[in-house]
Design a protein around this ligand. Structure first.
Ligand SMILES: *Cc1c(COP(=O)(O)O)cnc(C)c1O
Length: 402
């Protein structure tokens, strides 16, 4: 018999030879358009801090004030003695922001999906998800023991086929459709208006994960569901407080009954210590900022950056698609080539890690460029020229299809 360590060494070796080994990089600076890695400063195009709120003075001072007033730890779960004023203030702000009856926050977006989906569906139910939906949703469905069906990415036809099949199969359970409004690795959006039509026709429920839309899309950054006027048709609106909002945690916005039910049944909400008061206060300050004139100006700046970067990216096919988010994938395909390109960019002082399996499917490795309101035109130009030079230097055997 091999020891545990021997076995793990072998498995790590396999990952390494497939260019799939991952390592942590220690960053010695706040999130921002540049990062300090191992003593050198690199331009950062990898963060989901789209509005630059993760290191914003107002957000930081709100966190500090909460620490002064409430300390660092919440001491217990929300249902014991950990439900502090900052959590309630955050949830009130979220419900007003998202224009829903109520909101509930969790310690992360991942915990939000896990607790919510497993509370709402069980073995008799069916969950129909877009093939590219986030890992947290897939793990949640597995945990719920509901039947999992996937539809081709953004294919209404395939979704309708799955819905009809489930309805005519004689199964008695409910159907929950789950999709993202902006997809995390491709940056494209879901056809939500049409999905709502299908959901109504087939009497299914709909959950939309707005992780990459909140703060970015919709008036004052309320997300794509709000932008499309679908707030009343989406029962479960999910998102994270850790990306554009620059804090930490996840949320569900919806009806009072939904929130009261989750308080009673979502195990990732119940059996965990409440998030720190600092995180809750930071998220609330970020939501306020999002709706301020300053937030409006940052969003405008972000969209200008997205537009100008896509226009300058005329050597990549992605530039032909309309801009939908701050995520711009440069498709490479082969994991080894993607890793090499990422290393070359790094040598040129630009940080964009290669996104590989299992985050995306095998053979679809990519550079996932994320833009922030804080990037300057000079920084965008530099990225464009370096990308172009590196991509053009690849040989045909690299089979790149950017
Ligand atoms: C990041 C992400 C999550 C998880 O949110 P965290 O707060 O980071 O745990 C969920 N869904 C999607 C689509 C995401 O991109």
């Amino acid at each position: 018999m091999k020891t545990l360590d021997q076995l793990l060494q072998e498995r790590l070796q396999e990952l390494e030879s497939a260019s799939l080994l991952r390592n942590l990089r220690e960053i010695d600076s706040p999130q921002g358009t540049s990062l300090n890695i191992n003593g050198s400063c690199v331009l950062n195009f990898s963060s989901n801090d789209y509005l630059g709120l993760a290191n914003h003075p107002h957000v930081k001072s709100a966190a500090l004030a909460a620490i002064k007033q409430y300390g660092t730890g919440s001491g217990a779960s929300r249902l014991i003695s950990g439900s502090l004023a900052p959590h309630h203030q955050l949830e009130e702000s979220l419900a007003i922001f998202k224009r829903t009856e109520a909101a509930l926050t969790f310690s992360s977006g991942y915990a939000t999906a896990l607790g919510t989906i497993s509370a709402l569906v069980g073995p008799e139910d069916t969950v129909v998800v877009d093939r590219l939906v986030h890992a947290s949703v897939l793990d949640a469905v597995r945990l719920s023991r509901a039947r999992l069906r996937t539809f081709e990415h953004n294919s209404l036809e395939d979704l309708e086929t799955e819905l009809s099949k489930t309805r005519t199969s004689g199964r008695s359970g409910n159907i929950l459709i789950v999709t993202e409004s902006i997809f995390s690795m491709d940056g494209d959006s879901a056809p939500l208006t049409r999905i709502v039509e299908l959901k109504q026709k087939h009497k299914a429920w709909l959950m939309v994960d707005e992780a990459h839309a909140i703060g970015v899309r919709g008036s004052q950054g309320r997300g794509l569901v709000q932008e499309l006027g679908l707030g009343n048709a989406v029962e479960i609106q999910m998102g994270t407080l850790g990306k554009a909002l620059g804090a930490a945690g996840g949320y569900i916005c919806g009806s009072k009954s939904l929130i009261n039910y989750l308080i009673n049944k979502a195990r990732s909400f119940i059996f965990t210590t409440a998030p720190s008061p600092a995180a809750a206060a930071a998220a609330k300050a970020a939501i306020d900022l999002c709706q301020s004139e300053e937030g409006e100006a940052s969003r405008k700046k972000l969209w200008q950056n997205i537009d100008s970067f896509k226009a300058a990216l005329n050597f990549a096919s992605i530039s032909q698609l309309p801009p939908e988010s701050a995520i711009i994938p440069i498709h490479i395909g082969d994991e080894r080539v993607a890793t090499r390109v990422a290393n070359q960019l790094r040598e040129a002082g630009i940080f964009i890690p290669a996104i590989r399996f299992p985050t995306v499917a095998r053979g679809t490795a990519r550079l996932r460029v994320t833009l922030s309101a804080g990037h300057t035109p000079e920084q965008l130009n530099l990225l464009c020229s370096q990308l172009q030079a590196i991509l053009q230097s690849l040989t045909p055997s690299d089979q790149v299809n950017p």
